[in-house]
Design a protein around this ligand. Structure first.
Ligand SMILES: [Zn+2]
Length: 230
């Protein structure tokens, strides 16, 4: 038996893979809905729980044309296990994040305009509003420039997020990568990242910004993560 023929979706994960194909297709529709992507840019992936597998967007397919069957199943080395299309060019980086961060169940990537403008300047977004303290627990950090195609971006995402509570990182000169316990949480972080990037950008046009006191950031983050909601 060759290594290649061993790379199939095991029967016990079949139902979950099919559910994730549908779920990811619906989540990808959120990206244009929140105006986070242009043309085919951006992608979302989800880990298959309990398996060394992930499901990810195919490369270069229009958001309007995406169907559950188009999603590509890869192993955590980024190799295709199942799917008729090539996976996203960021697949190796998503795979690296899942290997390095067992707590991560979903990864999202966009070039959303305001957040990417901060990334173009290589400037972290300072935590100056409660919405940032809630979702990000502090500044949204900047990672180094890394070329697309291999796992360099994934390595830089993991290294930059170490020591931050933020689930989002601005990759210098590129865009936003977010992580979450689920793919939905990663997409939510991408939506919130663009929202606060826009607000803080607008605020700065009117004068200097003042970061919230650390004790308030800590209290807000704790309340939002542990108490807020139903
Ligand atoms: Zn990109």
């Amino acid at each position: 038996m060759t290594a290649d023929t061993a790379r199939t979706v095991p029967d016990e994960h079949r139902a979950e893979v099919e559910r994730l194909r549908e779920h990811l297709c619906a989540l990808h529709a959120e990206l244009p809905r929140w105006k986070l992507v242009t043309w085919t840019s951006g992608n979302v992936s989800a880990r298959v729980p309990g398996a060394d597998l992930m499901v990810i967007k195919p490369s270069g397919v229009s958001y309007d044309d995406l169907a559950p069957a188009d999603m590509v199943v890869c192993d955590l080395d980024g190799r295709v296990v199942e799917g008729g299309r090539s996976p996203s060019s960021d697949t190796a980086s998503h795979a690296h994040v899942y290997r390095a961060r067992p707590d991560v169940g979903g990864v999202a990537h966009t070039h959303s305009a305001y957040a990417t403008a901060w990334a173009a300047r290589g400037e972290p977004i300072p935590c100056v509003i409660t919405a940032m303290a809630d979702e990000f627990g502090g500044d949204i950090p900047v990672g180094p420039f890394a070329l697309i195609g291999g796992d360099e971006i994934g390595r830089a995402v993991v290294a930059t997020l170490r020591g931050h509570r933020s689930p989002a990182v601005l990759m210098r000169g590129h865009g936003v990568f977010t992580v979450g316990a689920s793919a939905r949480a990663a997409v939510k972080a991408a939506v919130m990242c663009e929202d606060v990037a826009r607000t803080v950008h607008i605020a700065r046009q009117g004068g200097p910004l003042e970061r919230l006191p650390q004790e308030h950031i800590d209290a807000l983050h704790d309340r939002y993560q542990n108490v807020y909601g139903q």
